[in-house]
Design a protein around this ligand. Structure first.
Ligand SMILES: C[S@@+](CC[C@H](N)C(=O)[O-])C[C@H]1O[C@@H](n2cnc3c(N)ncnc32)[C@H](O)[C@@H]1O
Length: 183
């Protein structure tokens, strides 16, 4: 039995667990899903998952785990700076990934996420803002002000929050948290 390395998260994201019942049943896209802690949780709860990341070693571990455990998970190695979403998903999630992307790519990706979410589908996005102890590279996609919630003005916002918390690096950094349903 392959053991998933849990490179970034040992447990599924707490928001995902909390809002599981609000997700539209069907197909979920996880952007920056690494070795699939969230994908595995979703697949075990009946969802089909497409897990995208640029870390091919992480995706390979996930692929093996999914095959061994008969989980409905697909993977695709891609750079999200240039990624074109070419399907419609019932729900799209992304945790702690936008700050790795170029500013302009991040903004385009949010537009594309919204366009490719089905009616009544959910987006859950969590990303770092420019507030906190990180040494910010302003060319990267750190959310500024109420960036995320402003992007979702035409959606039903189920949760919006900004929280400072510890990170893997030991530094405290604010994250903007958004759960929204497409009308
Ligand atoms: C902090 S980890 C978060 C992983 C997972 N979402 C979680 O919350 O456990 C960020 C992930 O984004 C991926 N990533 C960073 N830049 C990327 C890019 N340009 N294209 C695709 N994936 C990227 C990394 O490989 C990593 O798996």
């Amino acid at each position: 039995m392959t053991v998933i390395n849990s490179r970034w998260s040992k447990e599924p994201n707490k928001l995902l667990v909390k809002y599981l019942a609000d997700l539209k049943t069907g197909k979920v896209l996880d952007l920056g899903g690494s070795d699939g802690t969230n994908a595995i949780f979703l697949a075990r709860n009946g969802f089909e998952v497409m897990n995208i990341d640029k870390d091919n070693a992480a995706l390979n571990d996930l692929k093996i785990f999914a095959n061994e455990n008969n989980l409905n998970i697909h993977t695709e190695g891609a750079d999200l700076n240039n990624y074109i979403i070419n399907d419609t998903y019932d729900d799209i999630i992304s945790f702690f990934t936008f700050h790795f992307l170029k500013l302009s790519s991040g903004d385009k990706l949010i537009d594309s996420i919204q366009e490719h979410t089905a009616t009544d589908g959910i987006n859950i996005i969590v990303g770092f803002t420019d507030q906190g102890e990180f040494n910010i590279n302003h060319k990267k996609c750190y959310f500024v002000g109420d960036y995320l919630v402003n992007k979702y003005k035409s959606w039903d916002v189920l949760l919006h929050d900004k929280v400072i918390g510890g990170t893997k690096s030991g530094m405290n950094q604010e994250r903007e948290i958004l759960v929204a349903r497409r009308r």
